[in-house]
Design a protein around this ligand. Structure first.
Ligand SMILES: Cc1cc2nc3c(=O)[nH]c(=O)nc-3n(C[C@H](O)[C@H](O)[C@H](O)COP(=O)(O)OP(=O)(O)OC[C@H]3O[C@@H](n4cnc5c(N)ncnc54)[C@H](O)[C@@H]3O)c2cc1C
Length: 498
């Protein structure tokens, strides 16, 4: 029996937003490189990047309270918020470049302007929010942020949340109009359509089962045609493991030393979706609350207007939970299969440390719809059960590794792991996720193609004018970028479509 074989410059494993972004960047930088993609599902953007599997927040730290931590001296550390905001400016610049170059069209199909609010109750939380506001609003990246603890003002901003609310404790919110709702599923599909037009070889229903480095330094992948079961061999000089939750298992199979001593902690998610058009119409914002004590950062509740298939929707969640699967379409054995001799002590240490978190997540899975409605009523006091349905969201696999903070420490960010020779890289973790895809993929490029960077820099700067610069130190550039990206992506307030 003949086995199908191919040789190419670049193989991207997985057709999510990360591979889409890396493939698009590389096609602009080196159009003549051959790129091949293998995706086990039938279409692009079907796992975490799908619009129903993530919250669609353009994370710029405008409203997510977990990106600003209160320090022991009572001050608020905004360094993470500044970093995430700058990274989101990078994404917006690249998306604008793609629109301006007619490589993708109709930005309103994937990005919409939407006010971002943080909403808190209780004296301590209000005091934290005020300090956070004072620290951020003075910064040009957060220009236009407003604070109010006046229930009348809040009624103007978030009528659905304030209606029928008994206000018997301090209450406050911040609001900033430069927030966005992003349909990462639509964007992923647009980018793969573009890559296909550019001649990228995309194979759906093809699962990568194994990969190994051959004696001449090339990576050889064992790929299975999901329909026929036929096994194929494909090789490339560079491989990106963009398998989302599936990346850890593939990284382990690669055997690179950089992938050792790393584990994964899967967290599942659920959203509640409103089915009542009257209720949906009463809200127009993303409103983030504060995580409950003991809850992980990815379960911060938020009430979001979303635009899916160009239709306005209202979603609440996510409710985090525990499932041993690494992908929504994964296997119940994923967690078990990820335990290897090199990471077993790391995983055991993480298991011992995170008993309360695991207990919390299991309790969350067991919640009844009535109990979930009670959580929703903290946002919409008069929410009716019949107006809300439950949908299953994507899986996030948080990285576990040994850090100076201790063995088996759970990480809540994203992490690029690459081989010392730059021939392979994997993306692990899920937060801030899709919003920072462009910065993260530029990081992959700088780690894996250092010999080309100098030659590529002018093109990178054409695509991302702030490349290599801190926008904080270049306020005029920030101003230019914010104006031009808002115009191109349809985010200017004068263009706002409700
Ligand atoms: C509940 C939830 C809410 C979120 N909210 C936000 C948000 O508001 N904003 C934000 O920016 N980010 C958010 N994220 C994170 C964001 O969705 C992810 O960071 C991002 O989508 C990851 O993209 P990816 O391309 O790495 O993975 P994915 O989109 O999961 O794509 C990976 C692809 O690889 C394929 N694959 C896996 N293994 C193999 C294999 N062996 N062979 C072939 N193909 C394979 C999978 O089928 C999949 O299509 C959220 C995530 C979740 C789960």
């Amino acid at each position: 029996m003949s086995i199908r074989q191919s040789k190419t410059d670049v193989i991207l494993i997985g057709a999510g937003i990360m591979s889409a972004t890396l493939g698009t960047l590389l096609k602009e930088l080196v159009p003549d490189w051959n790129i091949t993609v293998f995706e086990k599902l039938a279409n692009a953007g079907e796992e975490s990047s799908n619009e129903w599997n993530n919250a669609g927040t353009g994370h710029a730290a405008l409203c997510e309270l977990n990106y600003t931590v209160e320090k022991p001296d009572g001050s608020v550390d905004i360094s993470k918020a500044l970093k995430i905001n700058e990274e989101y400016q990078v994404s917006k610049q690249f998306w604008s470049y793609l629109v301006n170059s007619n490589l993708i069209r109709n930005p309103e199909d994937f990005i919409r302007p939407l006010p971002h609010l943080s909403f808190v109750q209780g004296e301590q939380n209000v005091s934290f929010l005020k300090k956070r506001f004072e620290a951020l609003s003075a910064n040009p990246l957060f220009q236009g942020m407003e604070f109010s603890d006046d229930p009348k003002k809040l009624m103007e901003w978030i009528p659905l949340i304030m209606k029928d609310r008994i206000v018997n404790e301090p209450i406050a919110a911040t609001k900033i109009d430069s927030g966005t709702d992003v349909n990462f599923g639509a964007l992923t599909r647009m980018l793969f359509d573009h890559l296909q037009r550019k001649g990228v070889d995309i194979h759906y229903k093809h699962q990568v089962d194994d990969l190994k480095r051959t004696s001449d330094g090339v990576w050889e992948l064992k790929v299975r045609n999901v329909d026929s079961g036929a096994v194929e061999r494909h090789s490339a000089k560079f491989v990106f493991i963009g398998g989302g939750g599936g990346s850890l298992l593939l990284l382990q199979k690669s055997g690179i030393p950089e992938g050792k001593h790393i584990g994964g902690f899967p967290v599942s998610g659920l959203f509640m979706v409103c089915n009542n058009p009257d209720v949906i119409e009463q809200h127009h914002a993303k409103v983030y609350g504060k995580a409950k004590v003991g809850a992980p950062p990815m379960s911060v509740p938020h009430l979001d207007t979303r635009f899916i298939d160009n239709k306005k929707m209202l979603l609440f969640g996510p409710f985090a939970g525990f499932s041993p699967k690494f992908l929504k379409t994964g296997s119940m054995f994923d967690l078990l299969c990820s335990v290897k001799p090199d990471n077993v002590t790391t995983m055991l240490a993480a298991g011992a440390k995170n008993v309360p978190l695991t207990k919390y997540l299991i309790q969350q899975v067991m919640l009844s719809k009535d109990q979930r409605m009670e959580e929703l009523r903290e946002f919409i006091p008069n929410a009716k059960s019949e107006d809300w349905d439950i949908v299953v969201a994507g899986q996030r696999v948080q990285v576990i590794k040994d850090t100076p903070a201790g063995k088996g420490t759970l990480q809540f960010g994203t992490e690029v792991i690459s081989a010392a020779d730059g021939s392979i890289a994997a993306l692990l973790g899920a937060s801030p996720g899709a919003s920072t895809a462009v910065s993260v993929m530029l990081d992959v490029i700088s780690r894996c193609f250092p010999e080309h960077l100098q030659a590529w820099e002018p093109k990178i700067k054409e695509m991302i004018p702030s490349y290599g610069l801190s926008l904080l130190n270049h306020p005029e550039l920030l101003d230019d970028i914010q104006t031009s990206t808002a115009r191109t992506l349809g985010l200017s307030s004068e263009l706002v479509l409700v």
